[in-house]
Design a protein around this ligand. Structure first.
Ligand code: GLN
Length: 464
């Protein structure tokens, strides 16, 4: 599959058209997605969208995204289209408006191919929690593509589309990017509007791109970011200023954090990648992040608390599935019991518990305090280093069905959740390695310093 920038070049040169690209994309999906299952739905108006993109170009209104096929995770609203967060409770729900980030892509002339599979309400690390069955990893169909944005990552890895959108609450863009051998960017919290994103953890969620190259991820990010009056947590537009590009970067490695419980293949590829960066002139230094070891615990208190609040709106009255009970309370209970799968239920229970009057201070209150300490850890570290490097995930992609215990599954997020706790940006880039299974390296930077992530990410790409 050609990269987004290659396709944009061909569209501009007139050697292909948006309609021709869309036809080829649909044919590939038809031929190969039955087994991969990256898609929950392929839209019925793809060719009409493509014709519109070709018209935009003919009118001289083309942007770098005009005519580019893109896939949306099934938790982003596109007006008039079904959207369901891969949950039965949203069965039949049609989006009444378009998410801001999606609208920006639409205005730029992108062609939306369909809805990508994901874990139910973005809860999971393997896409096995989808109510519609798992997506398979295109590199090895016995393995998971990661999650929760597994369908988006797989659609890019399978070569169906050059780019996709995902959302990242605790790693759901970076970890599937790592498992599928593609680039995934979790932007700074508040840089991309959450308006029209089905909420999971509102203080953690952010929309971001998947692509085959760092450059393509940057192109998408530049289009989707920006202040939005519909999301009061978006940053003002002047939050991003341009920075002079340094020749060599200082890369901090939290040694104590990355040396425990990681797979040897991942550890070796990580060290090799760092050696490669050092050869190119970047300085690799060990750093300490004293509170980061508590990040997963903090995440699994704060996130379920927010989940329990956000999912309370799915009551059989306002959205999607409605199952009648004997009375109003019965309607609620039956709808939620039949509509939610095990993971949203588990997290709603946990979240309700940590927010309950008797336990609020012991759990939620405390987690909020430790969250501040983790934020401070990062602020201190970024006084001395430009970026922080860790493996994206502790293991290569695991087998479908291999991890049955939810607590073990939560460990897949150990390296990714700290960025969401602190609101800082992170990127996963495939590591050069001889292993047949993809593995990513993650870089983190200070708030709004995506430029440093793109810089170091391109250095890793150049190591190949
Ligand atoms: N895998 C993590 C979880 O299950 C992250 C999910 C996400 O980022 N949406 O919560």
């Amino acid at each position: 599959m050609k990269t987004l920038s290659e396709l944009a070049g061909e569209l501009n040169a007139g050697t292909t058209s948006a309609v021709a690209l869309a036809e080829a994309t649909l044919a590939e999906i038809e031929a190969r997605d039955e087994s991969i299952h990256a898609f929950l739905e392929v839209y019925d108006d793809v060719l009409a969208q493509a014709a519109h993109a070709d018209n935009m170009r003919a009118d001289g209104k083309a942007t770098p995204l005009t005519g580019i096929p893109i896939v949306l995770k099934d938790n982003m609203l596109l007006s008039g289209k079904r959207v369901g967060a891969a949950s039965k409770i949203l069965e039949g729900y049609v989006a009444p408006y378009t998410a801001t980030a999606v609208q920006k892509l639409q205005d730029a002339g992108a062609v939306f191919i369909g809805r990508a599979n994901c874990d139910e309400f973005a809860m999971g690390s393997s896409t096995e929690n989808s109510a519609y069955g798992p997506t398979k990893n295109p590199h090895d169909e016995t393995r998971v593509p990661g999650g929760s944005s597994g369908g988006s990552a797989a659609a890019v890895a399978a070569g169906f589309v050059p780019a996709a959108l995902g959302s990242d609450t605790g790693g759901s863009i970076r970890q599937p990017a790592s498992f599928c051998g593609v680039v995934g960017l979790k932007p700074t919290y508040g840089s991309v509007s959450r308006n029209g994103l089905i909420a999971m953890g509102s203080s953690l969620d952010v929309i971001g791109p998947f692509a085959q190259t760092v450059d393509d991820a940057r192109t998408l990010f530049e289009v989707i970011k920006g202040n939005d009056p519909m999301d009061s947590t978006t940053l003002p537009d002047n939050a991003y200023v341009s920075h002079e590009r340094k020749q060599n970067l200082v890369v901090g490695v939290p040694r104590a954090f990355v040396s425990e419980g990681i797979d040897t293949a991942v550890a070796q590829a990580f060290e090799k990648t760092l050696e490669g960066l050092a050869r190119e002139g970047h300085e690799i230094v060990d750093i300490a992040l004293p509170y980061i070891k508590h990040a997963l615990a903090v995440y699994y208190v704060i996130m379920p608390a927010e989940v329990s609040t956000n999912l309370s709106r799915f009551d059989g009255v306002k959205y999607g599935l409605q199952v009648a009970g004997d009375d109003l309370l019965g309607d609620y209970v039956r709808t939620r019991r039949e509509g939610f799968g095990p993971e949203p239920r588990r997290r709603t229970l946990l979240g309700t518990y940590v927010l309950s009057a008797g336990y609020y201070d012991a759990y939620y209150g405390k987690a909020t305090q430790v969250r501040e300490m983790i934020r401070d850890d990062f602020s201190n570290a970024f006084k001395n280093v430009d970026v922080i490097a860790t493996p994206t995930a502790p293991t290569p992609p695991f087998k479908i069905g291999e991890i049955a215990d939810p607590l073990s599954m939560y460990l897949a997020d150990i390296f990714t959740v700290p960025a969401n706790i602190a609101g800082i940006p992170g990127i996963s880039v495939p590591m050069p390695s001889k292993s047949a299974l993809p593995m990513g390296i993650q870089f983190l930077a200070a708030h709004t310093r995506e430029d440093l992530l793109f810089h170091i990410g391109e250095e890793v790409e150049a190591l190949k």
